[in-house]
Design a protein around this ligand. Sequence first.
Ligand SMILES: Cc1cc2nc3c(=O)[nH]c(=O)nc-3n(C[C@H](O)[C@H](O)[C@H](O)COP(=O)(O)OP(=O)(O)OC[C@H]3O[C@@H](n4cnc5c(N)ncnc54)[C@H](O)[C@@H]3O)c2cc1C
Length: 810
Amino acid sequence: MRGEARVVVVGGGVVGASVLYHLTKAGWKEVMLIERDELTCGSTWHAAGGMHTINGDPNVAKLQQYTIQLYREIERISGQSCGVHLTGGIMLAGTRERLDWLKMAQARGRYLGMQLEMLTVDEAAQRFPLLDKRHFVGAMFDPIEGHVDPYGVTHAYAKSAQLAGAEVIRHTRVVDLKPRPDGSWDVITDRGNIHAEHVVNAGGLWAREVGRMVGLELPILAMEHQYLITEEVPQIAGLREQMHCIDFEGELYLREERGGVLIGTYERAGVPWSPLETPSDFTQSLLPNDLERIAPSLEVAFQHFPALGEVGIRKVVNGPFTFAPDGNPLVGPIKGLRNFWVACGVMAGFSQGGGVGLALSQWMVEGDPGSDIWAMDVARYGDWATLAYTNAKVRENYSRRFRIRFPNEELPAARPLRTTPIYDRLGERHAVFGEYCGLEHALWFAPRAADAREEVTFRRSNAHEHVAEECRAVAERVGLLEISNYGKIEVTGAGAEAWLSRVMANRVPAVGRIGLTPMLNEAGRLIGDFTMCRLAPDRVLLIGTLAAETYYLRWFERLLPPAGVHVRACATEYLGLSVAGPGSRALLQSLVRADLSNAAFPFLAFRRLDIGMIPALVGRISFTGELGYEIWVTPDYQRALYELLVAAGAERGLKPFGGRALNCMRIEKGFGTWTREFRPIYGPYEAGLGRFVALEKPDFIGRPAALKERASGGERRLVAFAVEAGDADTIGDEPIWHEGRVVGWVTSGAYGHRVGRSLALGYVPAPIAASDAGFEIEIIGERRPARRLSAPGQAGQGCAYDPTGARMRG
Ligand SMILES: Cc1cc2nc3c(=O)[nH]c(=O)nc-3n(C[C@H](O)[C@H](O)[C@H](O)COP(=O)(O)OP(=O)(O)OC[C@H]3O[C@@H](n4cnc5c(N)ncnc54)[C@H](O)[C@@H]3O)c2cc1C
């Protein structure tokens, strides 16, 4: 074993082996993998090896496609078979909702280049003759599905990497990791030490323990998972290669295995394994079977596939594997730890392992993951994702693995966790709450307690009419919204202005003003959007997305000078309320001594004001597109502020509104938001943010790329559409058709109550963005005519409501 390495990958499961392979493929030498026992001895060796392309996040779905296509490559390089059986698979729907879900998945697959095919029950039965047709209403076929040999895949990655010069060290345990001042690491093992420039935690079942070596508590939990293999099933003799199936209502996956059927289930009463610490002597081990626990699932299996009830069980496997709270991997660098990377929490190593290795290696080698991997980025979790929170969420996620998550569905586990002082006040007004980063916020308000429950659906829900009322109140009178769930980062110090000017694409506003700005990476792609509120020459409050707080801080720490600038997250140190609507100025003026006239407190002003007795920071801005104010106070004042505004607003018809109404209104205005319209795959001109890019500044990150994008116009354009929808609006990820071809995808959609139309925002290729006709948007399997909206001065981008902005500036 060498004493020096460029990279040490800790862990020789399928994920660590893939990372190692991809690092060599990217051209890095002196890369080393350290495995405490044999390769695959964690959760990899006993996996069922199933692989599929479907994922809730289209970008993760692309990486899954990549993984499956990679197997032939590593087989060719290594000479090691991966045991690929690309059988294709069917997904069965037992309800209308599930059929809708499949139609939506098929539609999304269109712009991902996936050839998904809807089947009738009869067609499904021809492909999978074991099913009892009475339990199903339809199905979908995916040709890119099948299974692999976990041992073969892991060894094919490792051998391919070794042939390119990588070293694989087995029977060696990493016992500690010590950082050096220059950012490199001493990797302490039970067989000597290695000095490495980078360390990758691919510790799988032990990723938490590897994390703890560097003071990191990763949000990961292992769950027990069982599958069984039946004796031979005579009915499938001769049909072997076609046997791959997911039965969503039965919460089962099935495939042929040596003449019998492998049946796996994500049971509702899932059991965590070693919730606090993974035993160090657990190697190539399994857990005791517990068929009792999966008996309800098996009963369903025997009803849905009667032949399975007639054969015996040959083998049962119960093994643990890890999950993050949302079921997606944890990948990337860690804030506060130089040259330390994670690739863990991978619950589908044979669908995702290749994509994880590719993204991480590009990140390490190029400084960027190369694609939009927000859904897998470890930075999507903050301090609120504690071990106990993770435990509750992973159990919930596991039990719902095959259940539909409706777009308007809020899940109950680990709630309420973070609340603000007005939480119970909003509850008294019959708020229906949602959770975001563990923080409760009102989605909408019901007129009576009995109505404060939302039916979950892909179509318009019972909330529709109440959200309409809220939008009407904001448009005609005045609405009150809690905005505490915005992220806040304070930048202070003598060097704050110069530093922000380099980090942000727009100019830093003058003291007392607000400036909107995109944040770009070196490639000129969008990695954030902020409202910059200038409090003092040396103090700026950045308001952005709460979920991206760690992501932003990780980016900032790379760029901070040794002295003169301080950056601090302060999301819940300032809680917020917003008043919006034509009556908002008069309401606030009745509580404030300062002059709030348009001349004295214009659009985008930001001041310290006393509201009654309450010291507050007030910005004249509103995401609703109406005249409005955002008011920030420390938590101790929030309740008093709320009471004051509610009391003063009573005679002006003030109505509380929630996040649903806000979403409708921002879509009517064509205002984008992070993770939907703004993601690192788009440039600022593509996203309609060109007017916030101050190219006259001589130097800011991404400027050269932004200049090029402005000159070329970019590849795509964010466009607003009015859609002839039925009883379902777009929710995001629907394909956009143009003259019979899929050309783009929807990023957000909602019914615009102020304009009385169903609306969508989405990206289409630049050359057709100005087309006036020929667009359709597919909603739940139906192509609906869509009309591009346009507004003067906003080439290619449109706005359904108040295109000149007169209302918010008034
Ligand atoms: C019953 C079952 C069925 C499954 N079915 C499927 C399926 O059909 N399809 C699918 O895609 N996935 C399936 N999985 C999940 C799959 O197994 C995991 O996604 C995958 O194995 C994760 O790989 P990994 O490399 O992250 O972790 P692991 O396989 O746990 O690898 C981590 C490695 O790190 C090593 N290590 C840890 N700490 C140290 C240290 N300090 N020093 C040195 N080495 C260390 C360990 O020894 C281990 O080998 C299944 C899992 C189970 C349990």
